[in-house]
Design a binder for this molecule. Structure first.
Ligand SMILES: Cc1cc2nc3c(=O)[nH]c(=O)nc-3n(C[C@H](O)[C@H](O)[C@H](O)COP(=O)(O)O)c2cc1C
Length: 184
């Protein structure tokens, strides 16, 4: 039994399964040809819609790109595997709608957007769907192809699709807890 399964061992099934789902996420860059059906996609969109945000401002806008724009959008990727993902979500922050912290003028739209995407990715993981945040792509070209207005910031493209190798609980190469967490 490895470290993770040891820690989850005695938990009730519902809690254990939650962690197994969460920890089964990995960045997927090789997708199978299996499409994501509309009902499943609908649940993922509902997850985006329900996400938390500062003052409930919901400073975001999402484009779901399936078929029509794909041949042109595929030209913005720097990795071949993303071209096969059946769905790409272009996640945009709308800074003008965001809560701004007065103390230091921080606009929270990118934080809020990241939370929505992360929650959606967790839901996708529990559906067996693989995902990858894509920050490195040809930005100007992507904005033009999708038709993103100037008041939106394209933060990330997210590739979604069933992975060639199924998601499973696995070890991660990560900094140790002792290095990143201080208990005061
Ligand atoms: C903000 C952000 C941007 C990322 N951009 C890319 C990217 O452009 N291309 C890519 O292949 N992976 C990208 N990734 C995936 C990371 O490389 C990956 O999360 C990290 O190596 C940890 O691996 P894991 O997701 O499998 O746990 C990105 C992840 C995040 C959170």
């Amino acid at each position: 039994m490895n470290e993770i399964t040891k820690k989850l061992h005695n938990l009730p099934d519902n809690i254990k399964n939650f962690y197994i789902n969460l920890y089964s996420r990995r960045s997927v860059r090789e997708f199978s040809t299996k499409p994501i059906n509309n009902e499943t996609l609908d649940r993922l969109m509902m997850t985006l819609q329900r996400a938390q945000s500062a003052t409930n401002a919901q400073p975001w806008y999402f484009y779901i790109i399936k078929d029509k724009l794909r041949p042109s959008l595929n030209t913005v990727f720097r990795k071949e595997g993303f071209k096969k993902a059946p769905v790409i979500i272009a996640a945009c922050a709308k800074p003008e709608d965001s809560w701004i912290r007065k103390d230091d003028d921080t606009n929270f739209s990118w934080v809020d957007l990241s939370i929505a995407i992360t929650e959606m990715i967790s839901a996708a993981t529990s559906e067996g769907i693989g995902s990858c945040w894509i920050a490195s792509f040809e930005m100007d070209k992507a904005k033009e192809i999708i038709g993103i207005p100037d008041n939106l910031q394209l933060v990330t493209l997210v590739a979604l699709g069933y992975p060639q190798q199924p998601l499973k609980l696995e070890e991660k190469k990560r900094k140790p807890v002792s290095e990143i967490i201080t208990i005061l």
